[in-house]
Design a protein around this ligand. Structure first.
Ligand code: CA
Length: 515
């Protein structure tokens, strides 16, 4: 039984001088905690209480790390809110620990499998989807029209194919196609087309006169298997004498792909064929003590089982980068991490903003005082494994183990870039709640609080709030997430987002100018 009436608080690390109030609705002033500490102020749920008197200018410590400095003296038992904390400097990139020495590797986990679709390029899908790529926004409405008809008229004949997706976007023309940074949206579109869940059988719809030509977006050399087959429908081709002709051409090529995809069956594959992307959105102060550590535990199990696990969101790891470079498997990986942080620092500088712009009003009312506190909670998702590779935005991952794929923290931009990186499963933690979902890969949503999981029982797949109430341990919830990933990847279980068909749009990251 969950007893919310009893005052509860969580201190993460022995050296912390703040703890988080767990009780739903918070605790009133005068409440006595188990430790004997009496609350001086009323403290909202998920917000911080001072465990000692913190002198003006002294560090406020959570996760064993300084999350800010006291602007004034903070008496014991006080509510330590955003206004009392001065933001520390981000760790300097030129003096980071680059290797901790030899890391002890946990024993490999053998025997874990899932049932997936094997592609010609060796990747494995957890879904069997027809993806129709587009080179330019001009063709999107036509492709969306064709997709509606394909779903209504063709898809029912091919029951082993799960879905048909138009990869629509705003890029492709009216853009500085050779400007620095333009390689990011271009390779993102290429690698989205090659996502393992699309069966390695991409098809492309082009207008004809656009700047981003099919040969640049998806050169036939990237498709050795298909290089002899046509894979492009060009709407301006002379052969098309009407809108009806264009739609027929798209539907004809789509049906050829559907025949190929429909012949495939799930096969037993080792868990090492999974590429699991991790993300958080709508975080609160519980995210870093419940959902994210539980996902981190699952991430460690996946890495031990040989899988690829990807974490991202540069602005949410920037303030914890010193903890990550120390986990780099090689000095080169540490250098690559620093390179991606430096690139993003410059990108933000160009826009005259810095990382303090990241936390949202919801993050703050959820108890997260600033980006440092958010980052320390965020990196808990990445578990404890050493980091084996670093990839730039939109690059395709080509190694196993825990990897960092640099992306903005925006849920949709990050999700799109993780799909381009070849993600075939997605795990998403949330504290405030979001109905997020993606069409191209299953999204398992993990809540940081039980109240959210109960209120949104048809949107949240796994409740990690039981860790805060003491009903479950981090390993128990982590194991449950690990097994749920294998079940969903095999098609045995369906995520809430897939049940409702909640699929957010693709959102490209284009740091280059629009012309
Ligand atoms: Ca996010």
């Amino acid at each position: 039984m969950r007893t919310t009436s009893q005052p509860r608080s969580i201190q993460v690390h022995a050296s912390d001088n703040v703890a988080i109030v767990v009780n739903e609705g918070g605790l009133p002033a005068g409440t006595r905690l188990d430790s004997g500490l009496v609350l001086r102020d009323g403290i909202p749920e998920a917000h911080k209480v001072a465990l000692t008197m913190i002198p003006a200018g002294a560090p406020v410590i959570r996760y064993g790390v300084t999350i800010g400095y006291a602007r004034t003296e903070i008496p014991i038992g006080s509510w330590v809110h955003e206004g009392l904390l001065a933001l520390p400097e981000a760790p300097a990139l030129d003096e980071l620990p680059t290797q901790e020495g030899v890391r002890t590797q946990s024993a490999p986990l053998e025997g874990f499998t899932f049932e997936g679709y094997v592609n010609d390029d060796g990747t494995v899908g957890t879904k069997n989807i027809l993806g129709i790529s587009t080179t330019v926004q001009c063709v999107s409405a036509t492709v969306e029209y064709a997709v509606k008809r394909i779903k209504a008229e063709l898809l029912p004949k091919y029951p082993n194919v799960h879905d048909v997706i138009a990869i629509a976007h705003l890029y492709g023309c009216g853009v500085a196609i050779d400007a620095p940074g333009s390689e990011i949206p271009i390779r993102t579109l290429r690698n989205l087309s090659l996502n393992p869940n699309l069966g390695g059988a991409p098809m492309v719809v082009s207008l004809g006169c656009e700047k981003l030509q099919p040969a640049q977006m998806l050169p036939s050399s990237t498709l050795p298997i298909l290089s002899s087959q046509p894979y492009v429908v060009r709407l301006q081709d002379d052969a098309h004498r009407s809108f009806g002709d264009m739609v027929q051409a798209i539907m004809h090529m789509a049906e050829q792909r559907l025949v190929q995809l429909n012949a495939r069956r799930r096969q037993v594959r080792p868990a090492s064929d999974l590429v699991v992307g991790l993300q958080c959105g709508g975080s609160d102060a519980f995210s870093g003590v419940t959902a994210n550590p539980a996902v981190g535990y699952a991430a460690d199990l996946l890495v031990r089982a040989g899988a690829t696990v990807m974490f991202s969101e540069v602005t949410e790891v920037r303030d914890a980068i010193h903890l990550l470079t120390a986990r780099a498997a090689t000095p080169q990986v540490a250098k690559d991490l620093i390179r991606e942080m430096a690139w993003y620092d410059r990108y933000l500088e160009r826009g005259s903003v810095d990382r303090s712009a990241n936390p949202t009003p919801g993050n703050k009312s959820g108890g997260l005082a600033n980006i440092v506190e958010k980052a320390l909670g965020s990196i808990a998702k990445a578990g404890t494994s050493s980091i084996s590779g670093v990839f730039g935005p939109g690059e395709r991952i080509n190694c196993k183990g825990l990897v960092f794929a640099a992306t903005p923290a925006s849920d949709f931009v990050c999700g799109t870039l993780q799909l381009a990186a070849s993600m075939n499963m997605h795990v998403f933690t949330t504290g405030r709640g979001t109905p997020y979902g993606l069409a191209m890969a299953p999204v398992i949503k993990v809540s940081s609080r039980t109240a959210l999981a109960e209120r949104w029982s048809d949107l949240i797949d796994i409740d990690a709030g039981t860790i805060a109430t003491g009903e479950a341990s981090i390993p128990q919830v982590g194991e449950a997430i690990f097994h749920y990933i294998l079940d969903v990847a095999s098609g045995r279980k369906k995520t809430c987002a897939d049940y409702w068909g909640l699929h957010n749009e693709f959102a490209l990251f284009n740091p280059a100018p629009i012309t």
